[in-house]
Design a binder for this molecule. Structure first.
Ligand code: ATP
Length: 377
C-alpha cells in the first residue's frame, strides 16, 4: 500500500528531489539532503543569501551540474543521467545572452531550428510565444533595438517555444532597473498563470520570493531552512534566520527569558509582557529559560486604541528617525537597548523623541536561544 502511494505521488509531481547532495570536485559540500515534491503548476522560488546553494540546486535540475548523491525525478522518470536537452526543461539565465546578429524571430526559433523541428511547428511555436509575450511587433528587430524588458521577454520566449514541463529561471530580473523589475514580476506571474507550467525560480530578493512564489524554499549554507507558502513563512518562520530573511523591513528580535511560572516574557531591560493562553501552552517547557522573542514591524502598534487595549504592557520606543511613506510610516529606534522598527499607520502621530508602543501579543513568536528554532507545541 505504501509503495502504491509513493508511485502515485511521483506521477502527479513534475519534479521530485530526494536527498539530493552536491559535493564539488574540490570537496566543497554545496547542497545537503535537498528534498521537495513540486507539483504541476507550482511556482517554486529558491531564495537565500549569496552562496547558499540555490543556483547549484537549479543547475542540478537543469543537468548542468552533476548530482553527487540522491535522485532527481521529472515526470515520473529518474533523470540524474539524462542529458539536459532531453529533460523536458528550459532555462532562462540572468544574462539572457541573445544572439546579436539574429532577429527576435530567429532568436526565438533558434533552439527548435538546431533540433531540426519542422518549419510549420517552429513558426507555430514562435508565434505562440511572441503572442503570449507581446513581442509580435518586434519580430524583425535585432536585440540591440530592444529595451531591457523586451530583451528579457525574448529570453523567456526562447524557453516557451520549447514547450517544456518545467521552466528554470536563474535571477532573470537581476539586470533590470527597479521599475522594470516590478513590471516584469507582474508579467512573469501572468505568464505563469497563462502557461500553467511549473516554474522554479532562483533569487536572493525576498520581495520577489514573496510576490511570485506559490512556495518558497529558503536556503542557508547549503541546507534547506524551510519550504512554505509566502504567508506561512511570513507568519510562522521555522527559525531566526528565516524570520530575519523574509519580510521588509526586517523582523525585530528581543532577548530575554520566560518567568518560572510561564506567565510572561521578561526582556533583558526588565520590561515584562504577559503571554497569551496559547503562548503559555507553547512555552510550557521554557519556564526560567532564555528565549528570543520576535515581533515584525507590522505588529508593533502605537495607536491610541492598541495602547489602551494593552495598558500596563506598553513600553517606551526611543525614536531615532522615521520615514513617511504615504499610507504608512516606519519608525526606527530602540526598545530597552535593542533595535526596533515599527510600521505604523500614516495617520498615527509620531514623536521625534520617545513614544509609547506595544506589541500585538498574539503575533509574538518565540525562538529557542540555543537552536534558534521556533518554539512550537
Ligand atoms: P549567488 O546568489 O551568489 O549566485 P547561490 O546561492 O546561487 O549564490 P551557488 O552558486 O549555488 O550559490 O554556490 C553555492 C556554493 O558552492 C558557494 O559557496 C560557491 O562558492 C560554491 N561553488 C559553486 N561552484 C563551485 C565549484 N565549481 N567548485 C567549488 N565550489 C563551488
Amino acid at each position: 500500500m505504501a509503495v502504491e502511494q509513493v508511485k502515485q505521488e511521483e506521477v502527479v509531481s513534475d519534479v521530485i528531489l530526494r536527498d539530493v547532495n552536491k559535493i564539488y570536485p574540490n570537496g566543497f559540500h554545496a547542497v545537503y539532503d535537498f528534498n521537495i515534491d513540486i507539483k504541476k503548476g507550482d511556482f517554486i522560488v529558491l531564495a537565500g543569501p549569496s552562496g547558499c546553494g540555490k543556483s547549484t540546486t537549479l543547475r542540478m535540475i537543469a543537468g548542468l551540474e552533476e548530482i553527487s548523491t540522491g535522485d532527481l525525478i521529472i515526470n515520473g522518470k529518474r533523470v540524474n543521467d539524462v542529458a539536459p536537452k532531453d529533460r523536458d526543461i528550459a532555462m532562462v539565465f540572468q544574462n539572457y545572452a541573445l544572439y546579436a546578429h539574429m532577429t527576435v524571430y530567429q532568436n526565438l526559433a533558434f533552439s527548435l531550428t538546431i533540433r531540426k523541428t519542422d518549419p510549420v511547428t517552429i513558426h507555430k511555436q514562435v508565434m505562440y510565444a511572441a503572442n503570449v509575450l507581446g513581442l509580435v511587433p518586434y519580430l524583425n528587430r535585432k536585440p540591440k533595438q530592444l529595451s531591457g524588458g523586451q530583451r528579457q521577454r525574448v529570453a523567456v520566449g526562447r524557453a516557451i517555444v520549447r514547450d517544456p514541463v518545467v521552466f528554470l529561471l536563474d535571477e532573470p530580473l537581476s539586470n533590470l532597473d527597479a521599475k522594470l523589475r516590478g513590471s516584469m514580476r507582474k508579467e512573469l506571474m501572468q505568464l505563469h498563470d497563462r502557461l500553467g507550467a511549473t516554474f522554479i525560480y532562483v533569487t536572493h530578493d525576498q520581495i520577489e520570493a514573496l510576490t511570485l512564489a506559490s512556495r518558497i524554499v529558503v536556503m542557508k549554507d547549503g541546507y534547506v531552512q524551510q519550504i512554505a507558502t509566502p504567508k506561512e513563512m511570513f507568519e510562522y518562520p521555522e527559525n531566526i534566520f528565516v524570520a530575519g530573511f523574509i519580510g521588509t523591513p526586517p523582523c525585530n528580535f528581543y532577548n530575554g527569558k520566560i518567568d518560572e511560572k510561564v506567565t510572561k516574557f521578561i526582556h533583558i531591560s526588565g520590561a515584562e509582557i504577559t503571554l497569551t493562553k496559547e503562548q503559555k501552552e507553547v512555552l510550557k517547557n521554557y519556564g526560567g529559560k532564555e528565549v528570543v522573542m520576535a515581533s515584525r514591524p507590522d505588529y508593533v502598534s502605537v495607536s491610541e486604541a492598541a495602547l489602551q487595549e494593552n495598558s500596563g504592557q506598553t513600553f517606551d520606543l526611543n525614536v531615532e528617525y522615521f520615514e513617511f511613506l504615504g499610507s504608512y510610516k516606519l519608525v526606527y529606534g530602540t526598545f530597552g537597548g535593542e533595535r526596533i522598527i515599527a510600521k505604523v499607520d500614516g495617520r498615527d502621530a509620531v514623536s521625534e523623541t520617545v513614544m509609547k508602543a506595544c506589541f500585538q501579543k498574539e503575533k509574538m513568536l518565540f525562538f529557542d536561544k540555543e537552536t534558534e528554532a521556533r518554539i512550537r507545541k
